[in-house]
Design a protein around this ligand. Structure first.
Ligand code: GN1
Ligand code: MG
Length: 366
């Protein structure tokens, strides 16, 4: 990698660079926090895009700029009631007015303004927090509900199409020797095999015309939702790499699978993982407070499936990557993706065992 300070300096910082440190816990890109001396703006975010995953990073940047322009315009024309805060992550340009910089090794870098006075959490702190996380996703969807999907490129074909992950899983199983037998491995193999047919549920609903593609975030997990440190309100959703056409169900499912797991997705205590339906109620309450206008009857019908499916799908993605030798998600140790898969499968199991209660909650709140 080229010198980080040289790279950061390409983006015209307002002051001298004081420090650059690794930041956040993304599974795909490399993220750094850059601190500045003698500047009004104290920090910015520098990221190296994983181009093995995002094969056309320039299109990711194009989607981001279409998204930010649209939302900024919407907020300019109709500001949120009572001056409520909403932040749109801003891309900062290089000295040559480009939205990215390619270093001598071919790495793709970009810079995003730091959103001050706000923080993210890996788990839900209380019901108020749960409500605000849901509100933030609802506001995010609301602000892009009138952005035509034709304007957004498909930057990650197959993303959240569960049947295509099943196909990759079959290919991986055929290509690699399975690790030594263990109860955990058997559990995962059986877990996936028992859900092969059901996993087509959302894609079938699209084919049958019940659900339609819309602009989505793609990765609205709890720690991408920014909470104002003073007011406690949800004020932004960051990490816009996967903004593209999709189903709002993927987003609702991802937000809920990450929020309603009080042990968090990196826990080692996978056997204790459960889906908390009280948190689910709070998050959905916040979501629906700003999302009712653009949801259809069918959207509600498939909401439960979306929650179950995204937990299952993420488990499947982690498990396949474990079998393939950890080529997609960053890992800290060789069985990391297996541990993550177990967490998501346990969570799916807990969602399945509470199906009636979750469906009732959705029914009552719609
Ligand atoms: C990845 O890198 P990060 O943490 O923003 C992944 C998401 C997963 C998430 C699980 C492009 O996101 O789909 O839900 O890990 N992003 C991509 O934590 O695959
Ligand atoms: Mg992400």
């Amino acid at each position: 990698m080229n010198n980080l300070i040289d790279i950061a300096n390409q983006f015209k910082p307002d002051g001298a660079i004081a420090k650059i440190q690794e930041f956040g816990n993304g599974n795909i890109n490399h993220t750094f926090l850059v601190r500045l001396h003698d500047s009004n703006v104290k920090h910015f975010i520098l990221q190296r895009i994983n181009t093995q995953v995002f094969r056309q990073p320039a299109l990711v940047m194009q989607n981001m700029s279409i998204f930010t322009n649209h939302v900024s315009q919407r907020l300019h024309n109709s500001p949120l009631p009572n001056g409520k805060r909403w932040e749109v992550p801003q891309v900062l340009l290089t000295q040559n007015s480009q939205n990215h910089f390619i270093d001598t090794e071919g790495s793709f870098w970009r810079v995003i303004a730091f959103i001050a006075g706000a923080q993210t959490f890996d788990t839900i702190q209380d019901h108020h927090h749960g409500w605000e996380v849901g509100y933030a996703l609802g506001m995010f969807h609301n602000l892009i509900s009138d952005l035509p999907i034709e304007q957004l490129a498909d930057t990650l074909p197959g993303f959240h199409i569960t049947p295509s992950y099943l196909q990759q899983y079959a290919e991986v199983k055929a290509k690699y020797t399975l690790p030594t037998k263990s109860p955990e491995l058997d559990y995962c193999l059986k877990f996936v095999s028992d859900r092969q047919t059901w996993a087509h549920v959302l894609e079938n609903a699209v084919k049958q015309g019940y659900l339609h593609l819309r602009p989505i975030h793609g990765d609205p997990k709890i720690n991408n939702v920014m909470i104002d440190t003073t007011t406690g309100h949800g004020i932004s959703i960051i990490d816009l790499d996967t903004v593209k056409p999709g189903l709002v169900h993927y987003d609702i499912g991802d937000c809920l699978r990450s929020s309603c797991n009080p042990l968090g997705e990196e826990t080692q205590k996978w056997e204790e993982v459960r889906f908390d339906t009280d948190i689910c109620r709070s998050v959905l309450g916040g979501y629906l407070s700003v999302a009712r206008d653009f949801l259809t009857e069918s959207d509600y019908e498939y909401m439960y499936d979306g929650i179950r499916l995204i937990a299952f799908e993420l488990g499947l993605r982690f498990f396949s990557d474990y079998l393939a030798g950890n080529v997609y998600f960053k890992v800290k140790y060789p069985e990391h993706n297996l541990a993550r898969a177990l967490v998501q499968f346990k969570l799916t199991e807990s969602i399945e065992s509470q199906e009636d209660s979750i469906r009732n909650t959705i029914e009552k709140m719609r």
